[in-house]
Design a protein. Structure first.
Length: 187
């Protein structure tokens, strides 16, 4: 692997780790869409962002290393993936709705959000790997093989684990506020 490519990957991993640590949103650039907001997000039935993606993998019983690799690949797809689907909002056809960008079998789901005034900005809301599960699994294993030994990936993996622990603690402390998904984590 080229050194420039590795530095770029480490920079992306650090960005994701910082979002989970600080809770502060960051933006990335997509050449066709412009700025995309990456947010820590929220868990639960109507969740979004990094926490939502982590929560779903925790429910599936995936390890932190696997979830960390997925988050990195989702960000890569958001930055430079191929547009595979547009999903308009049924109640507002003028709104851009959601889109899906795919790269290496990983699908980044983006939703167009209205910010202050009339400005719209894309927000990473989720992940999918339908129809290309083998390609996605190979990409995930490649990321783990290439970066799992690095300090940056190790710290990021710990942040993902801390998020899973926080989700578990929250669902145990507030069972009446927990969604079905949160209760699945607590089992």
């Amino acid at each position: 692997m080229k050194m420039k490519e590795k530095r770029k990957a480490i920079k992306d991993i650090l960005l994701l780790s910082n979002i989970l640590k600080s809770g502060e949103s960051q933006t990335i650039k997509n050449p066709e869409l412009g700025e995309i907001t990456i947010d820590k997000g929220e868990a639960g039935r109507k969740g979004y962002g990094l926490v939502h993606i982590i929560e779903k993998r925790a429910i599936e019983g995936k390890k932190e290393e696997y979830s960390a690799a997925i988050l990195y690949l989702v960000m890569k797809a958001a930055k430079g993936g191929k547009l595979i689907r547009k999903i308009p909002f049924k109640n507002n056809l003028e709104h851009k709705g959601r889109i899906e960008l795919e790269k290496e079998g990983i699908i980044a789901i983006l939703s167009c959000q209205r910010n202050q005034g009339d400005t719209e900005k894309w927000l990473l809301t989720g992940f999918d790997n339908r129809n290309k599960k083998e390609e996605a699994a190979e990409a995930i294993q490649t990321v783990i093989a290439q970066y799992s030994h690095s300090l940056e990936f190790s710290d990021f993996r710990k942040q993902v684990g801390a998020t899973v622990s926080s989700l578990l603690k929250s669902s145990l402390e507030n069972p009446e506020k927990s969604s079905k998904n949160d209760n699945d984590i607590a089992k």
